[in-house]
Every structure is written in C-alpha cells, then in structure tokens.
Design a protein around this ligand. Structure first.
Ligand SMILES: C[S@@+](CC[C@H](N)C(=O)[O-])C[C@H]1O[C@@H](n2cnc3c(N)ncnc32)[C@H](O)[C@@H]1O
Length: 382
C-alpha cells in the first residue's frame, strides 16, 4: 500500500442504482469490482439497495495490490463476524481509517482474522459471514503474512519503544499494512461531502469539524453495511491479481471450480480508473471485460479517467496558456459523452457541476483535492 493512495480518491459510487435500472428486488445480480482499491464502492452499492432485496448477490472484488486486498478481506471478516454490529463498525472504521488501533480493537481484529484463517484451513476457503453470506478468497501466498500483521502481536511491538501509540504506529508501518501512501491521501475524497456534513449535523458536529462529521458518516455506513451482511444473501469472491488476467482466467474455465465458470456474466463491472493509459487503458479493459458483461440493457461497465491531462500537451489548466487547448479539450469531452464529477446522471456531456450555494461550492472545491478533470464513463452492449 506504500506506493499508492491509502484511500480511494473519487466519491463512492452506487454501481447498481437499482431503482433507476432493473428495479426488481427479487433479481440475482453479479457485480465485479476489478481494481477496487478500498471497499467504498462496495459499501455504497450494498447500502443503497432496498432493504427488501431478496435476490442473491455475487460480488467479485479484486485489486492487484495485495495489502489493499488484505485490508478489504479483513474488513469483511470484522464486519461479518464480530457479533455486535456497533462494535464491528467501530473496529472496521479504525482499521480502515486510523493510524492507531486501540489495544482492545487490535485483539478484535486478530480474533476475526484468526477465525477466518482457521476456517479456511479446511478443504474450502469459503467462510460464512452472517446467516446467508459467504466470503471466499483466493490470494497469493504472501497474503497470509499481511493478514496476520494487520493485528501485530507483542513481538512486533517490541521492535519499538515507549509510547503505546508509537509502538502501534511503527508496527503497522513496518508490516506494510498501514502504508502511509501519498501524504495528500485524504479520507474525505472517497465520500460525498454533502452526505458527510449532513451525517455530522445529525449528531451535533459542525461542518467546521469535518473529520468529526466523517466519523459519524462512516459509523452510519459501516453499521448499515454490517447489518446488510447479516440480512442479505451475498457471495463475496476476493482476488488479488491483475484485472485483465482475471478476466482471461474466468474465460478459460480455470475458475469454474470457484463458481466462476466461463458462462458467468456480470450485471455491472466497475473498472475504476484502470481505463487510464497509465494503468491498463480503455482498449484492453473493454476487450477483456466486455465479453463478460450480461446481455441486457442495464448491464454496464462503469469507470472513470483521472490521469488523462497528464498525457495531454498543456493538459494542466493551472499552467496552460493556450486557450485553444481548452476549447479542444471541451470538444473531446462533448464527443466522448463523458460526465464530470458532481453532475447528475443523464445530464448532457457539457453539463457543469452543480453547487446549490457558496458553502457547498467551498466544501467541494476547498475541502477536497479533486482536479475537476475527472471524467466518468459507462459502456453497455447497446
Ligand atoms: C487504478 S488505481 C488508481 C489510484 C489513484 N486513483 C491514482 O490515480 O493514483 C486504483 C486501484 O487499482 C489497482 N490496480 C491498478 N492496476 C491494476 C490492474 N491492472 N489490475 C488490478 N488492479 C489494479 C491499484 O492497486 C489501486 O488500488
């Protein structure tokens, strides 16, 4: 995790948006997050489903960076296995967002992981969470060490000295599970700031205390997610491998025994910004994952471009002096039918972000480091 952002840097997306699409709470849905980074899109998607959902969900969750994939797995174990939902949510929140783990939470993390590793020593590595959900994970061998180190034991802590906080901090740095990532990494970027402020206000936190607000917001989200893990029927399949290789493995039949036969099709495939040329690129993503998309009008590949200005001459608006470049960029956006951040779905491609008032504008532009060059895209078979 050391070479990337610690947290995702675009707001969480509900990739199903059931009411505006299938609008059928009985339907089974297969959803793939092929370069997930953290779990925010999964949490947002599952929390946005209606509470009367009776269909079965299959969630394929993959990220090439094994420490990130391990953190996601640990979060699912914690949220699904600690019986008290409020405690489960608080332990998960600390593991995901805090540099420090209180001692009693470290024990809880350790117990959840030990239970999961223990159960996975049987023939199968499918672990039940809740009454109707399961987690299966297929990680490279080094993942076990990352998982164990998420709750470092006393031996690791002895490597450091005095303050319990310093010990914990260093231990988690040493084992690579915390990973400072870029110093610009900020939890606020992964969630919709209006919703964060609203959650804070509901608990008496002022918008100025924005990290207090996000504490309340995340607590709500994680409690709801823990509840849904217990109520819904969800089969999580977690991988830590290269996204295109994973698609090829499914198509070749190599994952049939893991319930991902070549015939499997996905209702949504979330590809993050591996669409950017700096990662995989649009052609390779669509060529490998496109054939695995279900053949119906709602099935969609959802993704975004973040890094395209870096490859454009004068792509940085803060240094660009040539107004023609801006015009050309606007034309490209119009031609490609993409959406900006903070623009309602189904708006025309030239629609600009909407901010109802000055405070709202400030929250989105000054409390975050969005570039406003982010472009969100959807691909379907139509
Ligand atoms: C595409 S990165 C983008 C991170 C950040 N938005 C940025 O631009 O630096 C998001 C996630 O994709 C994962 N990732 C990158 N390339 C991948 C690939 N080919 N297959 C699977 N996951 C990948 C990374 O590990 C990371 O967690």
């Amino acid at each position: 995790m050391t070479s990337s952002n610690r947290w995702g840097n675009v707001p969480a997306i509900d990739v199903i948006n059931l009411g505006a699409n299938e609008n059928d709470a009985t339907k089974d849905l297969n959803i793939a997050f092929v370069a997930s980074h953290d779990m925010r899109h999964v949490v947002k998607t599952i929390n946005s489903l209606p509470s009367n959902l009776s269909g079965n969900l299959t969630i394929l969750l993959n990220d090439i960076t094994t420490p990130i994939a391990c953190r996601n797995l640990a979060l699912l174990f914690i949220l699904g296995m600690i019986p008290d939902e409020a405690l489960a949510a608080d332990v998960a929140l600390h593991l995901w967002y805090s540099v420090f783990l209180p001692e009693e939470y470290r024990v809880q993390v350790g117990l959840a992981i030990a239970a999961a590793l223990d159960k996975s020593r049987d023939d199968s590595i499918t672990v039940p969470i809740g009454k109707r959900s399961t987690v299966s994970w297929f990680y490279p061998p080094e993942a076990v060490a990352y998982l164990v180190n998420l709750a470092p034991d006393a031996e690791i802590s002895k490597l450091s000295t005095p303050s319990p906080n310093t010990v914990e901090f260093k231990a988690r740095l040493l084992d690579g599970t915390i990973g400072i990532g870029y110093d610009s990494s900020d939890p606020l970027e992964g969630w919709d700031i209006s919703a964060v402020i609203a959650a804070g206000k509901a608990h008496g936190a002022r918008p100025e205390d924005i990290y207090g607000c996000i504490y309340f917001y995340l607590t709500e989200q994680l409690r709801m997610f823990a509840k849904r893990l217990r109520e819904l029927s969800i089969s999580f399949k977690l991988y830590s491998t290269e996204a295109c290789g994973l698609a090829q493995a499914i198509k070749s039949g190599r994952l049939t025994e893991l319930d991902l036969p070549p015939t499997v099709r996905f209702n949504r495939i979330e590809v993050s910004n591996i669409l950017d040329a700096q990662y995989v690129g649009m052609d390779a993503v669509l060529t490998t994952w496109g054939p695995l998309l279900s053949d119906n009008p709602f099935a969609t590949i959802v993704g975004y471009f973040l890094n395209w200005p870096l490859l454009e001459k004068d792509g940085d608006p803060t240094t660009c002096e040539d107004e023609d470049v801006i015009d050309q960029c606007i034309k490209c956006v119009m031609d490609r039918d993409e959406r900006r951040l903070r623009v309602p779905l189904r708006s025309p491609p030239d629609a600009l972000p909407e901010f109802p008032d000055d405070d709202n504008w400030y929250d989105y532009t000054n409390l975050n480091k969005y570039s406003w060059a982010e472009r969100f895209v959807e691909f379907s078979r139509k």
